[in-house]
Design a binder for this molecule. Structure first.
Ligand code: DAH
Length: 348
């Protein structure tokens, strides 16, 4: 009896010694590896300190065994709980340092890019003209003075030829100031009937203001055949305006260009101020979107065509200004600054 009491007592003392040693160590563990080492040391099935102690139970009297077993199970359970709690703590602090991967989280949206508003407008305009028999023609941005000015009937003293307006290239040539030189290139290459649309970039030594930029897009149109008249010009451009601007009002004004006679300009009611006047329309309430006219006979002749036989009409428009109107962009430069926050919001 005395023996068994002392062996039970020793057993219980030993159990509580293990527990009081293990608990602070588990509490101090910082990593999953620390915890695993502690688990093996204290509750490991083969060589853990509790397992080693469990051998003592077999040598006890039948009367002591239940108390010993109960105490053993209690300690074992508490240590397991301590290890589980510590494991949760280690995992969550570890997660703060290296975020755990949450596979249920939605993916990050990928910036897919958007078409530039000016490109959208050019495509839309091209579609409208393609429907009525126009095809697309392109020409070089580095041009000769002859194509850009001379063949288009600019007199040699014309102010547009001035260094202040045109960007001349070293070693001759210039950056085209408009898409009109492609009229000459097209007329030289094809025989009428001709109906082309020419989108492209043009360059001018312009100040950068609300509606001007040193590089901007233009779209040229040219229709040449026998018996083409101003009626065709007006009907076609009015059809375009109705298709593109819908209810917005447009108007034609007489104008002057060296390469057309007679010449006109088409305005659209400013869509930014709705005609009341603002910086974009320079307080006019109208924005000029294109110049047009009957192709000057000397232009046809420069390209080698018989001006007695053929007549034609042409136009040049600014898709940048049209995009400003369509997308309510007060400053033209916003279209050319390349800010994706602006362009991505406008584009589709
Ligand atoms: N080339 C002119 C410009 O850049 C625009 C223009 C006006 C083109 C009348 C034309 C036209 O074809 O007929 O300002």
């Amino acid at each position: 009896m005395t023996e068994s009491i002392s062996s039970l007592t020793r057993f219980l003392d030993e159990l509580s010694a293990i527990e009081s040693q293990a608990v602070p160590e588990i509490g101090a563990a910082r990593t999953a590896d620390d915890l695993e080492a502690l688990r093996v040391r204290y509750v490991g099935r083969k060589s853990g300190r509790l397992s080693a102690l469990s051998g003592m139970v077999a040598g006890m009297s039948a009367a002591d065994r239940p108390a010993a077993g109960q105490a053993f199970n209690g300690t074992h359970k508490r240590l397991q709980e301590q290890l589980a709690a510590a494991a949760a703590r280690v995992l969550s602090t570890g997660a703060a340092a290296t975020p755990a991967i949450d596979l249920t989280m939605p993916g990050r949206a990928v910036w897919r890019g958007a078409r530039h508003p000016v490109t959208i407008v050019i495509d839309e305009i091209a579609d409208i003209f393609r429907e009525i028999g126009f095809t697309i023609a392109l020409g070089p941005e580095a041009e000769s003075e002859w194509y850009n000015f001379t063949a288009l009937n600019f007199p040699p003293e014309h102010p547009a030829l001035d260094m202040h307006d045109t960007l001349y290239l070293e070693g001759g040539g210039l950056l085209r100031t408009h898409t009109s030189p492609v009229q000459i290139r097209t007329l030289q290459r094809y025989t009428p009937p001709i109906r082309v649309l020419v989108p492209g970039n043009v360059y001018r030594r312009d100040v950068f203001d609300a509606s001007h930029a040193p590089m901007f897009a233009q779209i040229e149109g040219l229709a040449v055949d026998e018996g083409v008249s101003f009626v065709d010009l007006k009907a076609t451009l009015s059809h375009f305006a109705r298709r593109f601007f819908g209810a917005a009002t447009t108007r034609f004004r007489p104008s002057f260009f060296p390469f057309t006679e007679p010449s006109a300009e088409m305005d659209v009611e400013c869509q930014i101020c709705h005609g009341t006047g603002c910086a974009t329309c320079k307080m006019l309430g109208w924005v000029e979107i294109l110049g047009c006219g009957m192709v000057h006979p000397s232009v046809l002749e420069s390209a080698g065509l018989d001006a007695e036989r053929y007549t034609g009409w042409a136009f040049g428009m600014g898709p940048g200004r049209i995009a400003q109107q369509r997308y309510d962009i007060p400053l033209l430069r916003e279209l050319y600054d390349g800010d994706v926050r602006v362009l991505g919001a406008l584009g589709q």
